[in-house]
Design a protein around this ligand. Sequence first.
Ligand SMILES: [Zn+2]
Length: 267
Amino acid sequence: MRYIEPHGHMVSRTTDDYLAMVTAGCRAVCEPAFWAGFDRKSADGFYDYFCQLTDYEPKRAARFGLPHYSWLCLNPKESEDLELAEDVLALIPEFLERPNVLGIGEIGLNKNTRNEITVLERHVDLAASRGELILVHTPHLEDKLKGTRLILDVLDADRRIDPGRVIIDHVEEHTAPLVLDRGYWAGITLYPESKCTPSRAVDMLEMYGRERMWLNCACDWGVSDPLAVPKTALEMRRRGLSEDAIEGVLFHNPARFLQQCARFAIP
Ligand SMILES: [Zn+2]
């Protein structure tokens, strides 16, 4: 089986994880910019992080024969400081030219505050003005439904945005239909402790269709499983999905979305 891991924070993982992913059939990994577990104090911290995502980490993945792609942004958790946000937004364009960059992400909302919405709108404007793909993080738990609605309203308000070039990640049963009905792609995140289990994920594919969905592990420095996607293939097989159908969701779907970026090469 081959699959693409469309959302993994590999800078926080070990080389053992790379080896295990490649052994399980991973053919490409995509790494959105996100929170580091602490708030960065200056734009210089983001500059170094963007260098890590676009230079060092692709080389580390290449040692395992794994193509590595990245998404760039200031994440919503660090969007409260508007001055810092402007400094970081000014850094992003030069990095968008780098060969492994897929677009702007993971932007979105965390606590659904006014400043977070302002910074989200600034990122959407940057992506729209340059024709970049967008990857969106939706908030956790009780903030998810309201946050998803606010994010979709920001995206819908910009007429330059094509919903087919935007993926809304971490959807759950109560947000997936909102996202798909408006024409966006939806990402399901598989987490051992929160977010979604394999059986819930496959339930959602059965309920909402497989056409514009991808599955990801969103592994980071917290409790998470870099092999959550291939493990979900076991649940798909148990329910009688063919090997073609499984590869359709786990490989061809992310490939179809990502190849809208000219810098992405189908592995
Ligand atoms: Zn993430």
